[in-house]
Design a protein around this ligand. Structure first.
Ligand code: G3H
Ligand code: 13P
Ligand code: ZN
Length: 312
């Protein structure tokens, strides 16, 4: 099919009680693993690149990788999205270079400043046929240069969302209801619980509006164990329980962001391969199992968590 915006995808996901997976991409094998799974399962998919990914891979390479994925996946729609755009200039650069969706993340700024910058991005993006995601509330964790400590993280305030959406004209809203970025989301021994009561209040104030859930990796313990068994230090890595992700996918949450799980699967594939074949020095020999793990993770998300299979 084609490179599209998320407008129709989100409308169908909202009405159908499922969510679209938004997976972070940094290199060719990750793009291939994600899109092969989505193509096989006839699932729409969002490929998202952070500012750090663009710096790592070079924006032109990422753009061409996504174009290649569109060409090799004839049956599905793909969105190319900027993840956590830090400022207007980065968003503009992505709009100008063919992204179909951008996120402006001013969630750590005061409300009025968040509105002003988001509005500026929305005006430019909409003029160019591109949709915009913004964020209210601050997730704990690390994204590029922004490191929000657990104490500084803040749930989204339901009483602010309607004004924010109306004044900015934004197309979707990322919220903070207890998820966080990275592989260490909850303290060991505590009961990981997302604040669905806050989500319900938000939905009451902006009914029908697409919500985005960041920090939604479930941190599969099978990969954590492999990494730890081969010299890693991921003891106490805990993700969002999958039953809560399923609950989110059935609700107004139309986009669920996953990066850490892919990192874990990719790294586990490489560590396991080197353990079995220490003599290996052909990169294809260890990148292939890494890519296969990415594909297996995305297949599982689409089939067992998001509910987006056969939605094309
Ligand atoms: O939310 C952040 C994503 O996991 C991207 O991480 O900024 O290290 O590329 P990154
Ligand atoms: P995870 O770290 O839980 O994978 O979250 C990714 C994310 O929110 C990307 O924007
Ligand atoms: Zn995020």
């Amino acid at each position: 099919m084609a490179l599209v915006t998320s407008t129709e995808m989100f409308a169908k996901a909202y009405a159908g009680g499922y969510a679209i997976g938004a997976f972070n991409v940094n290199n060719m094998e990750i793009v291939q693993g994600i899109t092969e799974a989505a193509q096989e399962l006839h699932s729409p998919v969002i490929l998202q690149a952070s500012a750090g990914a663009r710096k790592y891979a070079n924006p032109f390479y990422l753009q061409k990788l996504v174009e290649a994925a569109v060409l090799t996946c004839p049956d599905i729609d793909i969105v190319m999205h900027l993840d956590h755009g830090p400022d207007f200039e980065t968003c503009k650069s992505c709009v100008d270079s063919g992204f179909t969706s951008v996120m402006i993340d001013c969630s750590s700024k005061p409300f009025e400043e968040n509105i002003a910058i988001t509005k500026q991005v929305v005006e430019y993006a909409h003029d160019h046929g591109v949709v915009v995601e913004a964020e209210l509330g601050a997730l704990a964790g690390i994204e590029d240069d922004v490191n929000v400590s657990a104490e500084d993280s803040a749930y989204t305030r339901p009483e602010e969302v309607q004004e924010f959406v109306e004044r900015t004209g934004v197309d979707s809203l990322a919220i903070a209801i207890g998820t966080s970025h990275g592989a260490f989301k909850f303290k060991p021994g505590t009961d990981p619980k997302l604040r669905f009561d806050i989500l319900d209040e938000i939905v009451k104030n902006i009914p029908g509006f697409p919500i985005v859930l960041h920090g939604a990796s479930s941190v599969p313990q099978e990969y954590v164990k492999i990494i730890n068994a081969h010299g890693g230090a991921l003891v106490d890595a805990i993700g969002v329980p999958e039953d809560q992700l399923r609950q989110a996918a059935r609700s107004a949450v139309c986009k669920i962001n996953v990066d850490s799980d892919l990192r874990l699967g990719f790294t586990a594939g490489i560590r396991e391969t080197f353990d079995a074949k220490p003599e290996l020095f052909d990169p294809r020999g260890y990148l292939k199992p890494a890519r296969e793990n990415v594909k297996a993770i995305v297949r599982h998300k689409i089939l067992d968590v998001l509910g987006s299979a056969d939605k094309m």
